[in-house]
Write a protein that binds this ligand. Structure first.
Ligand code: UDP
Ligand code: MG
Length: 314
């Protein structure tokens, strides 16, 4: 029998977990021809999340868990899930039931037909503000315009990945992760499945705008170095304008034999170039930061325990 691992990153989800477990149990009961492993990654929750997971594991041996030593973020929880998953394929799912488990049979169906990466695309997003929808739409546009690799729109992390995709993703060990672009980058045969995204079942979203902006910047800089090229594109016209203006000023001063009276223009120019420089330094700093983090070669995460076994970091 083939094994399917459902990976669920969970951070302070004590309120959602009972609903989640109930829905998953129902689902697993309805699918008999597969073995299931439900792998929770407890991302340093401060509430009773881990106690609940342990409780479920006691009565249900399909439940596994990786317990982080602290909060490392969802992206890191996802790679840990891939590291510990035993299945022939994995399915990523949020703990808050925004990704309906009832879609899983359809994901499996396409996997059986030979697709490696079956991803769920949102038809609608209930319970999310228009600002969040709008910003996420703009973000996809920008990300796509910067790269040749096709990026799936309106797609979260809810997807099924074949074992070979899992193994491929496990080889991408950079520390500032953006799964969305990694899923695109690995390629393989992809299939889109449409669904309605539900509002969160209980508890509060763990995202805020700072986290989202961070994720967006990480996404762009981890995926492409084309922002570095902005400097080239910006510098060429500015230097052209500067050159022409400089010659114009000199010639005018010589021809009319008057002093250059353009202090206002000079102030404007100074401001302009200061602005350009700040922008460019910002971009360079972005990449420098990445290089800094990658050169540290730290492990991506630390585990407190896996299925009750203490991690000694030996
Ligand atoms: N999550 C996590 N670590 C974090 C933040 C979130 O593992 O630092 C998990 C969270 O428990 C949930 C999923 O990531 O299962 C999505 O989080 P959330 O629902 O808060 O995000 P949203 O759906 O609002 O984008
Ligand atoms: Mg959510």
């Amino acid at each position: 029998m083939k094994k399917i691992t459902i990976i669920i990153p969970a951070y302070n989800e004590e309120e959602s977990l009972p609903f989640l477990y109930e829905r998953l149990e129902k689902l697993m009961k309805s699918i008999n021809n597969y073995e299931f492993e439900i792998l929770f990654v407890n991302d340093g929750s401060k509430d009773k999340t881990i106690d609940l997971i342990k409780e479920y594991r006691e009565k249900d041996n399909r439940i596994s868990y990786v317990d982080f030593s602290r909060n490392f973020g969802k992206e890191t929880a996802m790679i840990a899930g891939l590291d510990y998953a035993k299945g022939d394929c994995v399915i990523f799912m949020d703990a808050d039931l925004q990704d309906p488990p009832e879609l899983i049979p359809e994901l499996i169906k396409w996997w059986e037909q030979g697709y490696d990466d079956v991803y769920a695309r949102r038809k609608s997003r209930k319970g999310e503000t228009w600002l969040k929808k709008f910003t996420s739409k703009m973000y996809y546009r920008v990300l796509q315009s910067l790269t040749n690799v096709e990026i799936q729109r309106d797609t979260g992390d809810f997807r099924l990945l074949d074992r070979r995709c899992v193994n491929a993703l496990k080889k991408l060990r950079e520390s500032q992760r953006c799964s969305k672009s990694m899923f695109s980058w690995i390629g393989y045969k992809k299939k889109e499945v449409l669904y309605d995204r539900d509002p969160r079942i209980a508890g509060k979203t763990k995202w805020n705008y700072k986290k989202l902006v961070d994720l967006a910047i990480d996404g762009i800089t981890s995926f492409t170095t084309s922002p570095l090229r902005i400097s080239t594109y910006l510098c060429i016209p500015t230097f052209l304008v500067l050159g022409i203006y400089f010659i114009y000023v000199i010639i005018k001063a010589i021809v009319t034999s008057t002093a250059i009276q353009a202090f206002q223009a000079i102030i404007l120019l100074i401001l302009f170039f200061a602005g350009v420089q700040i922008l460019l330094f910002g971009i360079i700093g972005e990449y420098l930061g990445r290089i800094f983090n990658e050169t540290k070669q730290r492990p991506l995460y630390l585990v407190n325990e896996y299925n009750g076994i203490r991690e000694e970091n030996e």
